[in-house]
Design a protein around this ligand. Structure first.
Ligand code: B12
Length: 211
């Protein structure tokens, strides 16, 4: 019941109310993962409203900002729940040409909370920046996020650049984003795609272990 109030406050972009609900939930010891699940539902509703032209770009930006504020509130509690021996490294970013980062941030957040050391390169990341970061931190896994159709080429270019740099055998590559599927995995030559943040965590655990 109370979970619904967070979903609707966030979906309706009532910022102060949403933040207050989150603070109240955290104060009463609610599991941070339940709060994140409400956020995921709410952002889904925001996306549907945008597609039906009930919301416009500034509304999406607003939703993104509220979500980030909620993340800041929730994150310290996640650290308390599962502190943390780091069991492997993941380099992640939204590929070149694409600036969507809400989903990537959720994935980053969940990987971090599950004990992985995550290097987030941000958005609109050129292939070469992935290559340089891989050389620097030697991750086991690379995550490429992208929501635009255009991003599929950015993902492919990134995988190609990693291959050209001689690093392809050193990393597993996972891709994700609302329109990514098995076909896009084949096209980009990634190792796997994940449909949500928990799928990302499962893939990384499968590849490098972890609790
Ligand atoms: C919010 C949003 C925006 C916000 C982004 C804010 C931000 N900071 O990210 C703003 C307003 C900036 C925006 C801009 C644009 N957007 Co937009 N946007 C959306 C919207 C409504 C929701 C996306 C979202 O955040 N979803 C919620 C998150 C939690 O879900 P998610 O991203 O899918 O992530 C989950 C999974 O996919 C997965 N995942 C994500 N990344 C990864 C990575 C890995 C490795 C793994 C394993 C899993 C994984 O896990 C996540 C958590 O569960 C979508 C609609 C949609 N249905 O996707 C359109 C959408 C993606 N946008 C679209 C468009 C066209 C644009 C613009 C070009 C609009 C414009 N004319 O300017 C620009 C893009 C500019 C650019 N160069 O990138 C189109 C894309 C169409 C297409 N075929 O390419 C969509 C589909 C809307 C539509 N139906 O038209 N947008």
């Amino acid at each position: 019941m109370s979970q619904d109030t967070l979903v609707s406050a966030l979906a309706d972009l009532r910022e102060e109310e949403a933040l207050q609900i989150v603070q109240d939930k955290l104060a009463t010891g609610e599991n941070p993962l339940t709060i994140l699940e409400s956020c995921r539902k709410a952002v889904g509703i925001v996306g549907e409203r945008f597609e039906k032209s009930e919301y416009f770009l500034p509304d999406l930006v607003m939703a993104g900002e509220i979500l980030k504020e909620i993340s800041e509130l929730v994150k310290p509690k996640m650290a308390m729940v599962g502190e943390v021996k780091r069991v492997g490294k993941v380099v992640i970013g939204t590929v070149q040409g694409d600036i969507h980062d809400i989903g990537k941030d959720v994935v980053t957040f969940m990987l971090d909370a599950n004990g992985f050391e995550v290097y987030d390169l941000g958005v609109d990341v050129p292939p070469q920046a992935f290559v340089e970061k891989i050389r620097e931190v030697k991750p086991e896994v690379v995550g490429l996020s992208g929501l635009l159709t255009l991003a599929f080429d950015g993902m492919k270019a990134t995988v190609d650049a990693i291959t050209a740099a001689g690093l392809r055998n050193h990393v597993k590559i996972m891709i994700g984003g609302s329109q990514v599927d098995e076909r896009i995995k084949e096209y980009t030559k990634a190792d796997a795609y994940g449909s949500d943040a928990m799928a990302a965590v499962s893939l990384v655990k499968e590849w490098i272990g972890g609790t």
